[in-house]
Ligand binder design. Structure first.
Ligand code: FUB
Length: 456
C-alpha cells in the first residue's frame, strides 16, 4: 500500500516538484535535525534523560501552512535523533478540520499533555485542543473531545510553576493565559489578556494595529526564579525576541533579540530547554532543499545564559549543537536513529516503532559519535525487502569512506517481512561517526528496522 502511496506522491510531484532530496555530497552536520520530511514549530521536552522533540509537519510542496499531523523525535545526545512517527494528527480531534500548527507537550503525574491549535470544524476559528498519552511518544488521544479554549488565536505554551499552578498561554495577535486546573484539561478563573505594552514586548514601527514586537509563538518557562516569554517578533520576516517577568503573569519587560531574522523562512518559532548541563535553543528555517516559508525544518543551537540570566544572541548554524554523550553500538539501535541522512524516509514498522525505507542505491544514514571502544567484531540488522534486496555498507569517514563491513540483504518477500542479517566488521575502534550506506540495483532496495554490533 505504501509503495502505491509513494507512486501517487511521485506522480503528484511531477506537478509540484518539491520532494526533499538531500544532496549525497560530502557528509555534513547536523542542522536541520530532520532530513526525511519538513518539520516546523519545535517544542522540546526533557523526560527521563532524553529530549523529546515535538514538531509540526509541512507537507512537501506546500504553498500555505498545510499541516495535517504532528511528529515526535527523541535523542539522548542532541545529535542522534530517533523518529517516533506521528503520534497525533488533526484526525485525533473529531471536532477539528485542519491546521496542525504549533503546540507544546508537558508532563504531569506520568501523563503527557499536548496542547495544539487547530481549526474548529463548527466555527472555522482556531481553537486550542489537548491530546493526552501515558507515553511521551504516544499515541495521543483527544483528552476532552472539544476545544479547551477557543478565541480564534494560536500557539499554546504551558508553564507548570514550582507551586504546582499550571498556566496555558497563547495568542496571535493578542496574548492570553488561563490558569489550568491540576487535571491539565480544564481551567479556572476565566481567560486573561496580557497587556501588550511596548515596555513589555518592544516597539514595532509601521503597523498601527500592532504597536509591540509580539507576533506569535510564545514559549514561557521559569529558570532560576525568573520567568521568560520567548516569542516570534515582528512579521514578516520574524525574529525571535524575549521578555522576562518576576512572576508567571508579569509584569513583562522586553529584553531584546535572541535570534535575528535569518534563514529562508519568514516565520520562526522557538523552544528552549536545559539538558545534561547545557542550554539549547530550537528554532526553524528553510534550510533543506526545497525549503522556504511553508517547507520548514527544525534546527538547534547550544548556548550559555549570561550571568544575569539574560540570553545571548544566537545565530543559525549548519553545525548545530555539539554531541552530548555517545551512542552505544552494542545495544539495539533503531535504524531511524539518525544524525544526518540522504535519500532516506521513515514509516511505521509492523512490529511497532518506525523503520527506514524507500532506500535507493547510494542513500545513507550517518550516526554520530558511536563508541566502539576496543573494537566491534560483527554487525547485525533487521531487514526486509519485497524487491531484490542489496547491501548495507558500513563506512567510516564519510558515506563513501573506508568500508568496515558489508552485509548482504536478501529478498524477504515483503517490505514488512523481517529477517536478520549479520556480517563481520573490522577497524571499528574508538568513537567514530558511522555511515550506513545502502547499495544495490535500481529502485527501492530494502527496509531496515534496527541494528546492533557485537564486540570483538
Ligand atoms: O506552523 C504554523 C504557524 O506558523 C505556527 O502556528 C506559527 O507559530 C508559525 O510558525
Amino acid at each position: 500500500m505504501r509503495r502505491l502511496t509513494t507512486l501517487l506522491c511521485a506522480l503528484a510531484l511531477l506537478v509540484v516538484p518539491a520532494l526533499i532530496v538531500v544532496p549525497a555530497g560530502p557528509a555534513r552536520a547536523d542542522n536541520p535535525i530532520v532530513q526525511t520530511i519538513y518539520t516546523a514549530d519545535p517544542a522540546p521536552l526533557v523526560h527521563n534523560g532524553r529530549v523529546y522533540l515535538y514538531t509540526g509537519h509541512d507537507e512537501d510542496g506546500s504553498t500555505w501552512f498545510t499541516m495535517r499531523e504532528w511528529r515526535a523525535y527523541s535523542s539522548a545526545d542532541m545529535v542522534n535523533w530517533t523518529d517516533h512517527g506521528s503520534p497525533m494528527s488533526v484526525a485525533t480531534f473529531s471536532w477539528a478540520s485542519a491546521d496542525a500548527w504549533a503546540g507544546q507537550v508537558v508532563e504531569r503525574n506520568g501523563r503527557f499533555y499536548w496542547y495544539v491549535p487547530v481549526t474548529s470544524r463548527a466555527t472555522g476559528r482556531m481553537a486550542i485542543g489537548v491530546g493526552v498519552s501515558s507515553s511521551p511518544t504516544g499515541p495521543f488521544t483527544d483528552a476532552i473531545g472539544r476545544p479547551l479554549v477557543e478565541n480564534g488565536e494560536i500557539d499554546p505554551t504551558v508553564l507548570i510553576d514550582t507551586d504546582g499552578q499550571a498556566y496555558l498561554y497563547w495568542g496571535n495577535p493578542n496574548l492570553w493565559y488561563v490558569r489550568l486546573n491540576t487535571d491539565m484539561v480544564s481551567y479556572s478563573g476565566g481567560v486573561h489578556q496580557i497587556p501588550l505594552t511596548t515596555a513589555g514586548f518592544g516597539t514595532r514601527t509601521g503597523d498601527a494595529n500592532r504597536p509591540t514586537l509580539y507576533e506569535e509563538g510564545p514559549w514561557v518557562y521559569r529558570r532560576n526564579g525568573l520567568y521568560y516569554n520567548v516569542f516570534a517578533a515582528k512579521c514578516c520576516s520574524e525574529f525571535i525576541a524575549y521578555s522576562t517577568a518576576p512572576g508567571p503573569t508579569g509584569p513583562w519587560t522586553y529584553r531584546g533579540t535572541i535570534m535575528p531574522t535569518q534563514g529562508t523562512s519568514f516565520t520562526n518559532h522557538a523552544g528552549i530547554i536545559d539538558f545534561k548541563g547545557g542550554s539549547y535553543f530550537f528554532y526553524h528555517n528553510g534550510a533543506l532543499p526545497g525549503g522556504g516559508g511553508f517547507t520548514r525544518s527544525v534546527a538547534v543551537e547550544k548556548f550559555t545564559y549570561n550571568a544575569d540570566g539574560t540570553i545571548p544572541t544566537i545565530t543559525m548554524t549548519e553545525a548545530g549543537a555539539p554531541q552530548n554523550g555517545t551512542l552505544d553500538p552494542y545495544a539495539r539501535q533503531e535504524a531511524e536513529t539518525i544524525a544526518w541522512s540522504s535519500g532516506v524516509e521513515t514509516e511505521p514498522a509492523s512490529g511497532g516503532g518506525m523503520n527506514v525505507g524507500f532506500l535507493d542505491n547510494g542513500d545513507y544514514i550517518k550516526v554520530k559519535g558511536v563508541a566502539f571502544g576496543t573494537g566491534a567484531a560483527s554487525f547485525t540488522a533487521r531487514v526486509a525487502s519485497a524487491a531484490a534486496g542489496g547491501r548495507i555498507e558500513l563506512r567510516i569517514g564519510g558515506p563513501t569512506g573506508t568500508t568496515a563491513g558489508t552485509c548482504t540483504v536478501p529478498a524477504t518477500g515483503g517490505w514488512q517481512t523481517w529477517t536478520t542479517v549479520s556480517c563481520p566488521v573490522s577497524g571499528l575502534t574508538g568513537t567514530r561517526d558511522l555511515y550506513l550506506r545502502f547499495a544495490g540495483g535500481s529502485g527501492y532496495l530494502f527496509n531496515v528496522d534496527s541494528w546492533q554490533f557485537t564486540g570483538g
